[in-house]
Ligand binder design. Sequence first.
Ligand code: 9GP
Length: 828
Amino acid sequence: MSATPKIEPMGAKVPEPRQNDPDTLARQIVEKLTYSIGKHPEQARKYDWLRATTLVVRDRIIDHWFASTDRVRESKDKRVYYLSMEFLIGRLLRDAINNLQLTEPVREALKRYNVELDMVELLEPDAALGNGGLGRLAACFMESMASTGVPGVGYGIRYVHGFFRQEIADGAQVELPETWLMHGNPWEFERRDSSYEIGFGGKVITQSEPGKPQRHVWRPSERVLAVAFDTPIVGWRGSQVNTLRLWSAQAVDPILLDAFNDGDHIGALVESNKAEAITRVLYPADSHQAGQELRLRQEYFFSAASLQDIIRRHLSENESLDNLADKVAIQLNDTHPAVSVAELMRLLVDVHGYVWSKAWTITRATFGYTNHTLLPEALEHWPISLFERLLPRQMQIIYQINADVIREAAQDKGFNDQQIAAISLIDEGHGRRVRMGQLAFVGSHAVNGVSALHTELMKETVFNNLHELYPDRIQNKTNGVTPRRWLMECNPGLTGLLKEAIGPAFLDDTEKLADADKLADDSAFRDRFTAVKRENKARLADIISDRLAITLNPDAIFDIQVKRIHEYKRQFLNIIEAIALYNQIRAHPEKNWTPRVKIFAGKAAPSYVQAKEIIHLANDVARVVNSDPAVRDLLKIVFIPNYNVSLAEIIMPAADLSEQISTAGLEASGTGNMKFALNGALTIGTLDGANVEMLEHVGEDNIFIFGLKADEVAQRRREAHSGRSIIDRTPLLREALDAISSGVFAPDNPARYHTLVSNLYNNDWWMICADFEAYWNAQRSLDALFLNQSEWQSKAIHNTARMGWFSSDRSIREYSKDIWQAGPGQRP
Ligand code: 9GP
């Protein structure tokens, strides 16, 4: 046998550019069809074209991917690892083509075979590996890290079934499995060589030798394999490509041969099924606690695999782990990966022989933690009995960390028992639980909220005592969204118009959108801006007509609320206002009503009864209102099923009005609010989350703020107001609620919404009654404004022009500088 020839690495060279003309692309697409897919172009079906096009685009990404990886390896730059249970990435093809600036040549190439690029792009399944805001933010951050030159790796889980598919049957939500991998996934590369054993259960053996510190050895009773699947994430203009590494669980022994040979053919697969179950399904539970054992297994599984991978890579380039924090920043996206703090300590102390204090210094300097919610029901805490059984050594470590923190608090700050109980990693009050928020906090050098208001509330509420103990730790990093997906790709009409009007600089620096601000007074520009919006509305109206057979008037206000369904997000308030408006239109047909279309979309966690009732109510009200001839075309209500990233890309550019009406103090940031405003929608919203900063940027004339402020909400909650007195003195509200409770919208089951309504009478926890009147008045002033189209459109232009700051590139630059000390310009 001849010796393997030595292969020279490409080095950090950018590869020779490939030919990107339509002829070359067309030829390569057919080559892929032929040699990678095994089809003649004449036989190729739609999915074959998608796959072939993806492979041709992917080749171009791979060139840049290798160059990016080599560059980081050679420069020894610090890497950022973003650990997230969720990456709601959506479709990738359009994003990749756009970022490589291949849209027109690929379109041309496919045309040669009578294939439409848009059709091909729409075939790609949505990678729905997330529930909502947190997962979508992680996807925006991955793209922005690549676009701003931050060497980053995202670590998560390769769920076989992503976020469930929602259907509406007789008005109610039905959950069906999502199958994004059905046609394979041409973007991913399986890395069998990067697989790690992950343990669960078993016992800890303590070894003592005279004169030496005790050693702890964990002997798990169960092991599964974590196998890596890599997806390249290409940044704007293709200059940097980062990796999203998702872990898939497999059994160490795929089949128990003894059992099989004994005739137990099902039992022989038990281990394999148990292992694979870990990464089979995404938990549908945003802002809603999912406290199941499988969930804790998922959390530990991907955290432990990621840490082993990080350490292996570090040790392949460095002599020891002493300088881990100089070369590695790990960001914990919410508390889901918080067990990483205990796991890294275990690896450093038990496996790599560090003394505790040194290991703790390294650990804390390496981690950062982002909090995404203050809702108590969403803050993770695990029963100690479960934790101890599944992760016995990590539990011991958590006890020791806790003892150290409590000692520090008592000695240095003189904390009393109450304060100690508040910071403790162990909640003694609810059947003894491990508090993951506290663990993430103490194990990180930086802890951040996701909007200015949320960060302040973190200091005042959930982390009040920890903030007192570590006053320099909490900082703010307001969220952002990637302008590539959320402006350029989803709104080519507006992007083209802006390019013509202010030049292309905003494509590289979103804050340059500010140059369009003055055009708000230019009537010719306003007309063109309005024409783009109308086209986007017509496109959405067509989709709604196809899917739901509801005809919409594109000249009505498109008033849209799309997001997870949750009581604090107050879709219920919006529906009640719609009913009140319906009643008024019927009572006063002679008035000059502004036509309105209220559009809803979003999913409810399957176990969240009230949220599912809200969906049902929206559909029931829609049925009655849309079929009432007395309403004419003045009000239409639509609930679009199965909200996902791709649908959002069509909805955001089509909105006139964006509903951001959460109970103040409860929405950590919101990112939908940013996408709408960037695409020229006006916002009606409370002073909550990032709405507060949006107000500062777009100016108070261009945003419609109403309702109680966060401190007023907290005050009213302390006073435990019921809604009864407000309902009694507000006829519009009372009549709307009476209509719901008397079965106007549910004649088949008039009692269906009794609980929903009686909750408002008894305890107005979400401030629906308290905010109703202010909301109604704000809506009516928007009605009046819409009749003055030039004024409305100039406010819309101010929104687009002033939203540049809300780019996730800005967020990432702030993380890079203040938390990670990594990325361009951040070298020590
Ligand atoms: O609810 C928050 C949302 O306000 C925020 O924009 C998003 C990203 O930071 O995170 C959401 N939180 C979750 O999805 C779960 O905690």
